[in-house]
Design a protein around this ligand. Sequence first.
Ligand code: TSJ
Length: 639
Amino acid sequence: MAKTQYNADSITVLEGLEAVRKRPGMYIGDVGTKGLNHLIYEIVDNAVDEHLAGYCNEIWVTLEADGSCTVKDSGRGIPVGMHKKGISAERVVLATLHAGGKFDNEAYKTSGGLHGVGSSVVNALSERMDVKIYQNGGIHHDAYERGIPTVQLENGLLPVVGKTKATGTEINFLPDGEIFEKTRFKDKWLKSRLHETAYLNPALTIHYENRRAGEEEQVDYSEPDGIVAYVRELNAGKETVHEPIYYKGTSEKIEVEVAIQFVDAFEENTLGFCNNIFTQEGGTHLMGFKTRFTQLINGYARELGILKEKDSNFTGADTRNGMTAIVAVKHPDPIFEGQTKTKLASADATKAVFSVTGDELTRYFDRNLEVLKGIIGCAEKSAKIRKAEEKAKTNMLSKSKFSFDSNGKLANCESRDASKCEIFIVEGDSAGGSAKTARNRQYQAILPIRGKILNVEKASMDKVLGNAEIKTMINAFGCGFSEGYGNDFDIGKLRYNKIILMTDADVDGSHIDTLLLTFLYRFMPELIYNGHVYIAMPPLYKVIPKKGQEQYLFDDRELERYRKTHTGEFTLQRYKGLGEMDPEQLWETTLDPERRVLKQVEIEDARMASEITEMLMGSDVPPRRQFIYDHADEAEIDA
Ligand code: TSJ
């Protein structure tokens, strides 16, 4: 490593980097695959900011064969000139923790919560980072190891290592294996994110390339039709009611852009964005949009005589029955809140979207009466079904209060302290029986389920609510459920902090997991978003060495590791199913919080949801396994 001169400034720099390396989670969320991918998004966002500033129309993102990532843009290049006290400006950008300021884009800050933490954070968490800036005819070079510069400045400036006519910035970085649990970027998430960025920035082309051995591929993301094309993609293969509606406008210094297209289905898919950030938890922009949209549809429906005087208004959900919409705002200084800081909280966004939607949609509907009638038709259908479902639901709930677990299957726990209670949904009566014996009855409840529960995606609401297993689950969880036509869900009433699916690692078990997850996803998604749903990972093997400790092994990788690290003879026992374990073994391996392994089910993004649900419903088992794998965070010992 080259010697660096340390002065007062560089010591502050080092302290900043230390803070990042000590508490990486505070800066990038987590040190798993999610946080790892976040590093790329962070760097790409800088290039997108340059695009938003009007200087760059192309970005290249490459997953290199050596595990590093390269991001390059065709912008002006990070300023390389002299900053204060003889440091190149590039060093200020990449090696100092900065909470916004001179080098952030003036127009729109992507900062808020975990977003826009800064390129210096990526630098601090990278084993190495290499920087090339194409500017003023020269290639200016810099390099770092774990955030510390390794290139000697020449009179305070970066060395020029070549000539060029181009301008732009090129960053190559390798995440630090000392920080991250996993250092393999998830290409699937990256591609999805880059595609989304292309939809949100219609004049931008993103060139993606994967050079990793065996995965080589190249994709260009360019979406000149922007969010209209995004809506079309979300609705691909569905029966649409009309061509997409598009409008934009500015109010309260906030730019508002909306695309809407209804499909002939009972679902709503409204995605919000603020400054290119997907607002998973929604927020004020969606509030303004929904409120105004409902008002407009009710107003028009009365004007057209579709709603008579005696009729009640459509509910908000009615007016969005079949809606696919994207609401994208650009806010000069957004505030984000919520568990994952993905809920837009700025009050002025409600006003802005409300006002632009009122003006622009009125103009549009006045000129496109047929589209308007089609949309009101969707609301009428919804209202009709809603009323029928409300009846069915009232009947179901009043009956089920009597029949609460009438077949006596739920073995409840004694504690009523929800924060400590767990419920295991166990496949099969025999495993269920063992689990009832094995559990700690103080705080562990067991609900055995038999056979395959109903496929909730395909079944109608009546049938779903009539299904015995589903009724028992809804009653046991205690928090109600939400569905397109009403919302009785109240997470505050949830009786168990952990809902643990416990099925065999075979095809039938997979299928049951699928159906259970679909059920939860559709009727109680908050349980997944809030991290209450887990999948038990019973061990696959038990090794019994001649000398030494018996040990459970959870997968083939662990077995391989065991073989490598242990000498001497051992007996290997393979478990085919939960039913093969006696209560004691079941406790040791799958129930005991000190020893078991759980995977937390986590929906990476709502935007992938429809894709997942569709895929889940396919009869193939392999992609479903992949789903669980992709959406369950790394297995962790849940102690
Ligand atoms: F910071 C970084 F390393 F993450 C990074 C920054 C990574 C990549 C791929 C690109 C960039 C970047 C930064 N591209 N373009 C810029 N632009 C500026 O930093 C810049 C250039 C000129 C001026 C100016 O006022 O003249 C201002 C800025 C912010």
